[in-house]
Write a protein that binds this ligand. Sequence first.
Ligand SMILES: CC(C)(COP(=O)(O)OP(=O)(O)OC[C@H]1O[C@@H](n2cnc3c(N)ncnc32)[C@H](O)[C@@H]1OP(=O)(O)O)[C@@H](O)C(=O)NCCC(=O)NCCS
Length: 153
Amino acid sequence: MIEARLRQLSRADLEPLLELERCQPRHWSRSQLETLLQDPDCCVLGAEAGDRFVGHAVVVRLPFEAELQAMLVAPDMRRRGLAAALLEAVAEQSRDWGSERLLLEVRASNEAAIQLYRRAGFSEDGRRRGYYPPLDEAADSNREDAILMSRLP
Ligand SMILES: CC(C)(COP(=O)(O)OP(=O)(O)OC[C@H]1O[C@@H](n2cnc3c(N)ncnc32)[C@H](O)[C@@H]1OP(=O)(O)O)[C@@H](O)C(=O)NCCC(=O)NCCS
């Protein structure tokens, strides 16, 4: 595990968060992130290594459960345990909220994320057929299933 500091992000962290988001093709917009950072039912956790943001996780409080809505680690910082550490911080936040379960959904082709979640104790609850648009919309490919997963916080 790399030395990284995990903390809850605020509106003041918008610019570096946006920069990290932009390392993936389908990234969240400035206004979407701004809304999340100011939502009292949302917790955006960031991982900092030195003076750089290297990962984040977004979890929201639902009436009974919590839902992981996003998880991203900078490409050059992967396979160092950062996502696993962020997931445990997400679980801790869900426990603090008193959530009964921690839910998420993941693209069926996202092997890395599915392995990460299985290893962190998530199990598969079902699928939403054709939930995600193709990753490359220009290519003649089909929509993808979402795999629904959950665990106790
Ligand atoms: C998925 C993602 C968050 C994983 O981040 P990471 O920091 O590299 O993950 P970790 O180092 O904490 O990995 C923990 C475990 O998850 C599994 N895992 C992570 N990446 C994997 C990969 N590419 N292939 C297979 N297993 C993988 C492994 O079991 C790993 O343990 P190990 O390294 O001891 O084998 C990262 O690849 C990413 O940001 N991907 C793009 C965004 C994304 O897909 N987000 C999830 C949306 S649902």
